[in-house]
Design a binder for this molecule. Structure first.
Ligand SMILES: [Zn+2]
Length: 260
């Protein structure tokens, strides 16, 4: 069975998302006396709450983390992961396979698969559109590795990005589309929200006439657990600006991306 869910997300303003204030103003509020002795996660959480910012699974909280603190966060997650293994009644002391599992998993979460929550957005060099390009550009397929917020199961897929630059657009290097995608996807995500987040970011950075994002992915929470349907995929698309208004442009984009 191939369950394909096609969603055309209308342009949405992420108004519910409180914007995170500039780093400088936040990173000054560090090491307060009353924070001494508290777990680092609690201290970070207090900084976020003081700024009334959001810290959902797919939010980036780098502005609230000081240099060097990620290592301490790995230590804390590792300790709690060890408690999970103990609650699962696994003999981590005598089982050589699981002896260092808690630390491996903590490092994998903080430094790899959820790292997009904890590090700043990759710096993007912008080039002025000197040749005044205003033709459709397609980037992809970009490999997507993420995890679902519901089960923390892997999401593996591909993304295609379509950009119709304006003569005034700032263009970014091709590899930067991959780095931005990775930064958004290396967080516990919900596919529908991930594509919208990526489209928002591209609109803000490039200021194009139109932007389109199509994502197709396997959700391991459907394959490894639950309905155990190996072939089901989820497909989402977000169309903005000219891709929304101009059906010919949309058709051209969708015909040019090769999803086979
Ligand atoms: Zn799931």
């Amino acid at each position: 069975m191939t369950a394909k869910k096609i969603t055309h997300a209308a342009p949405t303003k992420t108004a519910t998302k409180k914007s995170i204030p500039p780093k400088a103003s936040v990173k000054k509020v560090i090491n307060k006396k009353e924070d001494i002795g508290l777990p680092l996660s609690v201290v970070i959480r207090r900084r976020i709450e003081a700024q009334k910012a959001r810290f959902h699974a797919n939010d980036n909280i780098a502005a609230f983390i000081n240099p060097g603190e990620l290592d301490a966060l790995v230590d804390e997650v590792s300790e709690k992961m060890q408690a999970v293994l103990e609650s699962l009644v696994i003999d981590t002391r005598n089982d050589h396979n699981t002896r260092s599992t808690s630390r491996r998993v903590a490092k994998m979460f903080v430094q790899e698969v959820f790292n997009g929550r904890y590090v700043d957005q990759p710096t993007l060099t912008k080039f002025p559109n000197v040749s005044r390009l205003n033709e459709l550009m397609i980037i992809g397929p970009i490999t997507v590795r993420s995890a679902c917020s519901h089960h923390l199961c892997p999401i593996m897929g591909r993304i295609w990005i379509g950009v119709l630059p304006s003569k005034e657009s700032a263009l970014i290097g091709l590899s930067k589309y991959c780095r931005l995608t990775e930064w958004v996807m290396c967080r516990p995500q919900i596919q529908e929200e991930a594509v919208v987040e990526l489209a928002d970011m591209l609109e803000k950075k490039i200021k194009p006439i139109g932007v389109a994002v199509v994502m197709e992915a396997d959700h391991f929470c459907m394959q490894w657990r639950g309905v155990k349907d190996r072939d089901s995929k989820m497909i989402n698309s977000v169309m903005r600006g000219s891709f929304l208004k101009d059906s010919n442009l949309r058709r051209e984009f969708l015909a040019l991306i090769d999803r086979k």
